[in-house]
Design a protein. Sequence first.
Length: 637
Amino acid sequence: MAYEHGSLDLGLRNPFRFEGTIRAMRGILTTALGVLVLLAVTSAVQQHQVFGWITAITGFLLLSSGLWTLGSGLMQTLRFFVGRSVPTSLAYNNAKSEADSAKAEEADVAYDGAQLEQMLVGRKNLTFTEPQGLIARLIHTLFPKLTFVPYPIRNMAQQLTDTLAQTLVAIVVFGLASFVLSSGLVGGNHASILTPIISTLFLGYLMIIWFKAGKPISRNVANGAQSRGASGLARTLVLAVTLPTAAAMGLSHMLEQRWARNIGNLFQPMEQLDNGELFVAGTVSTIYHNVSNSQWIMAITVLALLTCALITVLIAHRCRHADPITQVSELRENWQESVHPREIFINLDSMVMANRRYKEVPNRIYRSLKPMLKEQSNGKGAFYGETIQETQPRAKPIVIDGLPKAMRITGTVVGQLLMLAAAVVLFSNYETLINLTQWVFEANNLRDKDPYAEAVSLGTQIATMINALIAMAILAMFGRMLTNLTHVFWSEFQFESQLIYFKCEGTYTESTISTGKGIYDSTQSENVICRSSMTPWVVTATAISSTFAGVGSKNLEQPRHLMALHSNDNDMSEIVNDLRGYLKSRQTIANLNTEADIEAAAQIHSINEQSRAMPTQGLAQTQAALGANQQQLEHQE
């Protein structure tokens, strides 16, 4: 959604400043390494143009990586732009004032109005889904509270558990394959060739699965819990058991081919080898003795255990703060009020709910209040209406201190240091590639030299390059893993809001009340009174929701999930008191409220009094005249 400015601050601050600062520092150092390499391009070109290209490519790799890292780090430290429409609504927002924002966030809402009604009325939380698969069920059985943490953290725990399980199975299978080869059950005379091949494949497999374990938590993953089963482990087991046999059969078939028969000669005593075979055997032997797969496997194991231990501390801390309560406050009563049914819903929407806005931000309307009136004969009818609204969510601080806080900082710093170390390894070993290229150019001049000594020199340089590549891959892999996984714990935001479900239905009867009908009344009032019998059903709860911020323009535009529902009797009482207070203050009979109306009524009253006085005075004069005539007649007699 677009940035929507408002003068009232919602109190949301950038949580990535520390992480971005560390990342920017790594970017600066990596950029400096790239600049140093590029400064050496001129001298490298003077030796050979190819050397210059190797130096330039290495420098550009370091420079581009450093600048990209610096830019992303600075992006994390800049101002956190959040408008008045953040965070994302729980369901589609039907508020007219938020039409543009609702359309922009429609793809990111986690629920719909019907699901929110189910959760409030049914006292349940549809966020927490059942884990699927063997690994997921295992980890959720051992750690029950893991079910009640946000999806990204839950997926992270399942991903790490799955990776650890695959690693353990791979270690067992590698040990079994090594035993089969060393005992001579498979491979026979070719066991010495197959053993380093199997160990290399095992090393590569470990690097692949741990690289996948460090993937960043994307928005699609965060929308649901991943399913982790035993099928992947079964495939690994079958593949690893059949691999030694298949490799032995393939190697035997290859050595039987005419073009590959000379390969077997390389395993004869050196005294029986010619210069070419001696050179190849010396090179391969040097590489084999200088590249230790077992040491790299041990390095991966140590880094994996340390990484898992650090992430486990953070996940355990988040699980301890999980509070999956589903409690609500509820009201179900029958009211008898002299008010039109439509007035009930107008007051609820325009007064009661509007008074509960947070910092005057419009409420989120997940079900529009559209009252339905069914008019019947003789002034009778029925009515029905319901709404689901949420007040503007306000940020709820996440408590993290002590060891978890130290682990979060340590994970971020160590992750950046490991990736910086990978850049340093590249910076330190690109000259080895130049030396290898130089050896290729001078290969024709090596015929008069000792082939075995040259083979040892070449094999040492190749082994150095292989070790450097493996070291770069492992350092970058675990640095990326630590950075991506700890980033999740920096990015979580929790919000607190009031979630309200209101439903009211009933019947009404219209009757007429008239006042001022007397013969001498100067004014009269005739009013149609609507007597409503209503049954309101109000459910309210304090909702705790969670979302994970991103970097850039879409920082808080991610799905927001309900983590807990707490009852709030005070808020319920205030809603009921406000609503009933309004209904009781309604004026049934029309009245004169302004001074002008009162003066006009007084004038009418005065005129009416004079009108009534005039016939009375005429009658008195007539009676007096008749009395005088009667007295005169009596006197004459």
